[in-house]
Design a protein around this ligand. Structure first.
Ligand SMILES: Nc1ncnc2c1ncn2[C@@H]1O[C@H](COP(=O)(O)OP(=O)(O)O)[C@@H](O)[C@H]1O
Ligand SMILES: [Mg+2]
Length: 240
């Protein structure tokens, strides 16, 4: 953490694809042990912001500070090594590998077999269903279970911060509820998370703080409760 208490500080990020600038100076901060939710309409640049933070895109300007280090422009594998992991949109698993193999893949930066075992024990405690299904092919699981595999795989590196992009997207209502419960359990277990969600009301209700992005810019920010009760946020983003 830096002197101001932030584990992550993305400051004035401009980034995009080719000549097209999508983010026009986005700033996001995460403190240790927080859940921070990022909401906003489709195309606002939420995924682009996450991709830039984890090094998949290079910002044109602005900087990303993580755990007291400037990680701006570092390649993704170095960012992972520093303890910042990214669970992309679309619950991507290796369908032809077992649940256990998928989880072990997550520990690829870990060379100590003892620590891999420890990580597996922690992930199994958080997701008992994965322990029960560890010999099954990941492709045979339900969408919600696959999302748990994707999250569990990210936890295998014992990260300091987890960025989750739309973890509840496309899941049945039962699994949507379960995923949000899991995020809260993860927080109780000591993890720190920043979550992009289209399910804005649920995301803000579990969040310590939240951001609303729109058209590649910061639009609103505040505690989860403040944003949930803000009449403009309600009207524009919470359908009420
Ligand atoms: N790989 C890409 N190449 C070009 N444009 C992209 C690419 N990915 C996203 N975009 C564009 O960037 C904008 C923001 O997208 P994105 O960050 O995915 O938004 P969000 O996650 O908030 O829905 C959109 O206009 C989208 O079409
Ligand atoms: Mg997105």
């Amino acid at each position: 953490m830096d002197a101001n208490g932030f584990l992550l500080k993305a400051d004035g990020i401009r980034a995009g694809y080719g000549k097209l600038e999508i983010l026009h100076g986005v700033s996001l901060e995460v403190r240790s042990r927080e859940i921070v939710s990022v909401i906003g309409p489709n195309g606002a640049g939420k995924s682009t912001a996450f991709k830039t933070i984890v090094g998949l895109l290079h910002p044109r300007s602005g900087r990303v500070l993580f755990d007291g280090k400037d990680i701006t422009g570092l390649p993704p594998y170095e960012v992972v090594r520093l303890g910042l992991v990214y669970v992309p949109q679309g619950r991507i698993v290796f369908p032809q590998m077992t649940v256990l193999e998928n989880l072990e893949m997550g520990a690829y930066v870990e060379t100590d077999p003892g620590r891999v075992k420890e990580a597996l024990t922690r992930v199994s405690a958080l997701f008992p269903i994965l322990e029960q299904r560890k010999r099954q092919l990941a492709g045979s699981l339900s969408g919600g279970e696959q999302q748990m595999v994707a999250i569990g795989r990210a936890l295998m590196t014992t990260p300091k911060l987890i960025l989750l992009d739309e973890p509840s997207l496309g899941l049945s209502p039962k699994f949507v509820t379960l995923i949000f419960e899991k995020l809260q359990e993860m927080q109780q277990a000591g993890y720190t998370m920043m979550v992009v969600e289209q399910n804005a009301a649920k995301a803000l209700s579990v969040a310590d703080r939240g951001y609303v992005l729109e058209l590649g810019q910061n639009r609103f920010e505040g505690t989860g409760q403040t944003l949930l009760n803000d009449p403009e946020v309600k009207r524009l983003y919470l359908g009420g």
